[in-house]
Design a protein around this ligand. Structure first.
Ligand SMILES: Nc1ncnc2c1ncn2[C@@H]1O[C@H](COP(=O)(O)OP(=O)(O)O)[C@@H](O)[C@H]1O
Ligand SMILES: O=C(OP(=O)(O)O)[C@H](O)COP(=O)(O)O
Length: 396
């Protein structure tokens, strides 16, 4: 069983909230603040409930202290997102006497944000002494960092047993509910769309979803490995060779055995190179000319995918179906997003990572039931794996 923040009494307590403020940056500028905005309901509720709020996150993958990866821009952004009503005190470090003092002296309405946890290698090493130091800052532990729930680090797992009370935040709750529903009791018909660059990254999720879905639609570069495994000419397309071809053939066999349609593109948009400079041409069928590479699904495939999505009651999507960063190869990805957005009868769930970025960029994010904030985490969740950050919250 998992308790949620609402189940706790927080008045006067030090509430340590693990958030995922690992936001994309361009230098010191935050290019997408979704993860900060999504953590606001939990932060606000903890404040309303009279808690002394301590926020903790990593940013990037520093090898020790690195001023370029300070959470300073995040602190500034958070002040604005909290409507200027709360002072956000960024500490110099995430542990130590100075931090303890700052937490102790917290005044009503103030929030403490610990500096980047990964400035200490002990965070990723899930070091016990470091976990205990973090735990000493808190009376209550709340995890709202779904994006980091697949990591067994000090702040996501190690410190949890050393804090008296523990709970999940609202973002964590929403992620577990939507992704959990897809895996445990999806309303039928249930359609999954998988894309992205490599079959090898998605093998486990394909194996996990095949027995549950009514159809698995495959696009993106990974589709060409499946096509080649069936002996179809794929030209210069990105293909994983060798044992990955055998693996794709095996997955096709599994789908056949389960009588689950594994739907591959029936036409393509091809080009000469994966860039704006390329020409873009439709193919009449599945075959890709020898001097071309497949860079998006074609119009017949778009129509076929759209129909499957339109008739579904549950749709989950992970991985763009084309090179969407280049506008002439973005139409397939746009059509999947559009079809999902139109199907208001269905529960529509977008895995994090590139598909979430595409949906956001194309303006469909608020039309989906749920857009996950975790890339690796949502993939591992859909693979049916137990995430350490969620497991640590379980109580008997
Ligand atoms: N046909 C294609 N050829 C080359 N790259 C592609 C193709 N289709 C999709 N991609 C690229 O794959 C990348 C996403 O792959 P991946 O990281 O596996 O997805 P995700 O992050 O959603 O799991 C995107 O940059 C996208 O442009
Ligand atoms: O951004 C994250 O993962 P994601 O890019 O897979 O969504 C998380 O913050 C985890 O970061 P990490 O992959 O450096 O452990």
């Amino acid at each position: 069983m998992i308790r949620y923040i609402d189940d706790l009494q927080l008045t006067g307590k030090r509430v340590f909230i693990r958030v995922d403020f690992n936001v994309p940056m361009d230098g010191r500028r935050i290019t997408d603040d979704t993860r900060i905005r999504e953590a606001l309901p939990t932060i606000k509720r903890a404040l309303e409930m009279g808690g002394k709020v301590i926020l903790a996150s990593h940013l990037g993958r520093p090898k020790g202290p690195d001023p370029k990866l300070s959470l300073e821009p995040v602190a500034a952004k958070l002040v604005g997102l909290l409507g200027g009503k709360h002072e956000v005190i960024l500490t110099d470090d995430s542990v130590g006497d100075g931090v303890k003092k700052q937490v102790k002296e917290l005044k009503e309405g103030q929030v403490v944000l610990l500096e980047n946890l990964r400035f200490h290698k002990e965070e990723e090493a899930n070091d016990e002494a470091f976990s205990r130091e973090l735990a000493a800052l808190a009376d209550v532990y709340v995890n709202d960092a779904f994006g980091t729930a697949h990591r067994a680090h000090a702040s996501t797992a190690g410190m949890v047993p050393f804090v008296k009370e523990k709970a999940a935040g609202f973002l964590m709750k929403k992620e577990i509910e939507y992704l959990g529903k897809v895996l445990k009791n999806p309303e039928k018909p249930f359609v999954a769309i998988l894309g992205g660059s490599k079959v090898s990254d998605k093998i486990k999720v394909i194996e996990s979803l095949l027995p549950k879905v009514d159809a698995l639609l495959v696009g993106g570069a990974m589709a060409y490995t499946f096509l080649k495994a069936q002996g179809i000419e794929v030209g210069k397309s990105r293909v994983e060779e060798g044992d990955k071809l055998a693996l794709a053939a095996k997955l096709l066999d599994t789908a056949k055995r389960l009588k689950t349609p594994l739907v591959l593109p029936i036409d393509h948009i091809v080009g000469t190179e994966p860039s704006e400079k390329s020409i873009a041409k439709e193919t009449p069928d599945q075959v890709i000319p020898p001097d071309m590479m497949g860079l998006d699904i074609g119009p017949k495939t778009r129509a076929m995918f759209t129909q499957r999505i339109r008739d579904a009651k549950t749709v989950v999507w992970n991985g763009p179906v084309g090179l969407f960063e280049v506008s002439k190869f973005a139409e397939g990805t746009r059509s999947v997003a559009a079809a999902m957005s139109i199907n208001t009868q269905a529960t529509t769930v977008i895995g994090g990572g590139d598909s979430a970025a595409a949906v956001e960029q194309m303006g469909y994010a608020d039309k989906m039931s749920h857009v996950s904030t975790g890339g690796g985490a949502s993939l591992e969740f859909l693979e049916g794996r137990e995430l350490p950050g969620i497991k640590a919250l379980e109580t008997k």
